[in-house]
Design a protein. Structure first.
Length: 101
């Protein structure tokens, strides 16, 4: 139970920091010439996705391992609860939604 609470707190902190980055990014994007806001946001998300993938590699997991583990384990210690995996999924979904606009 403590591990689940810790994971949820980490996830909440990530979403809070992402929201803060997004609000700061929109202000900062007006000062960088040459790119549209959508392109700047796309570049920022891709950079963050790269950071999250590096964190995953440092933690010793890969996307393929995460996918396999997600299918096998549905308990609270599932890699789905892993903060880096959640961050990666969140960024991928956000990027997908941006491209679809």
């Amino acid at each position: 139970m403590k591990a689940t609470i810790s994971d949820l707190e980490a996830e909440a902190n990530f979403f809070e920091s992402t929201a803060t980055e997004a609000s700061e990014g929109s202000e900062a994007s007006s000062s960088a010439p040459g790119l549209s806001d959508k392109d700047k946001e796309h570049a920022r998300i891709m950079a963050r996705l790269d950071e999250v993938e590096m964190e995953e590699k440092d933690a010793g997991s890969t996307s393929k391992e995460d996918d396999e583990d997600d299918e096998e384990d549905t308990g609270p210690n599932n890699k789905l609860w892993n903060s880096a995996s959640n961050q990666k999924r969140f960024l991928q979904i956000t990027l997908h939604l941006m491209i679809g606009r």
